[in-house]
Write a protein that binds this ligand. Sequence first.
Ligand code: S3P
Length: 449
Amino acid sequence: MSGHGTAIPMTARKSGPLKGRAEVPGDKSISHRSLILGAMAVGETKVTGLLEGQDVLDTAAAMRAFGAEVTQHGPGDWSVWGVGVGGFREPEQVIDCGNSGTGVRLIMGCMATSPITATFTGDASLRKRPMGRVTDPLALFGAQAYGRQGGRLPMTIIGAKDPMPVTYTVPMPSAQVKSAVLLAGLNTPGQTVVIEKEPTRDHSERMLRGFGADLTVENAPEGRIIILTGQPELKPQTVAVPRDPSSAAFPVCAALIVEGSDILVPGVSQNPTRNGLYTTLVEMGADIDFQNPREEGGEPVADLRVRFSSLKGIEVPEERAASMIDEYPILSVVAACAEGTTIMRGIKELRVKESDRIDAMARGLEACGVKIEEDEDTLIVHGMGAGGVPGGATAKTHIDHRIAMSFLVLGLASQKPVSVDDGSPIATSFPVFEDLMAGLGARIERANK
Ligand code: S3P
């Protein structure tokens, strides 16, 4: 919902060793897609382990507005009765996607090739984010978009009556854009082709195939070529959502930087298009045991045993950026607690996330006494070693859950407490963050407690 509520100031203090088991919630990307593809299938899709963060709840409400029946049976346990490809009805109300770029961009894609009109909005963060990156390719199918200047929400999409199949090379590394084009291709006759120069998370491809779409992927010199045959009848599925590697990153990184910690984070997706952070942490010297590797819900998963480690700075290879794009904020916290310098290049996409994440991390780290360098596409953090970060500042979170959680993790290992001006956005992706961290022994409190 777009009404960003009362701010919740929070503070994290130097903590004793973190110990225990951290069961993080379901993957956000897969949760959105299970509701959307469920709504486009004919019959009942069952979902277990659904992330019940606000972002996903907003997508559930949107799918209801387009005519699907979406029901919660118990915690994480949901059903979607879909209306089929091309079966969406016109929503009576504005679709409010709250804080979620994934929600709004994927939903624009899946309605853009039906003869209906829908108006989208979101919270103050989402209303600043560019939608032209999806409405440009959707226009090639024949859809029209009318929004605020700079392609911002609120925005109305008039779906194409007679959609034309499209071949589209995605100009930036973005799974949201790729997915919006593929979803638009579902209700389009013929073949829709998406070319991505750099591989991004592949949940849409895996799940579209799982729901019975005819989709092939070819690795060519110009990139990954994804070919989708339009107008399939999608078959309802049972989706077991694996745990979110992007949420797992917070307890994992906390354990690495809080002295004496030893935790287990079970069932974390190790999908190679998502696990760049874990590769990077190991290169920095992290003690992570990848135990019991197996497949769950069509994704490779492992149980992570994580122990406090003495870490060193590294240069993160640019080509790894897409596989850890959401993890740079927490990596820059780990980098501040490592010996030496960590260089993160090729990350300008961070400037158009829930906030400008390069700026938000740079300003907050500086306020905590950490030396940084930045340019449009780069963040460099000069590490202060384990226990070396002074802290003693309040970071602005700019309605960004990952900025809030990153600075709270920093506070667990810095000399003086670290506060955030507003921890309320954490509920968009990780509603149980405070309880889970407290269960490990982390000292994180709301200011007004
Ligand atoms: C997502 C794609 C990424 C990521 C976001 C989730 C998705 O965004 O940052 O959190 O589920 O497709 P971009 O497509 O903007 O890179």
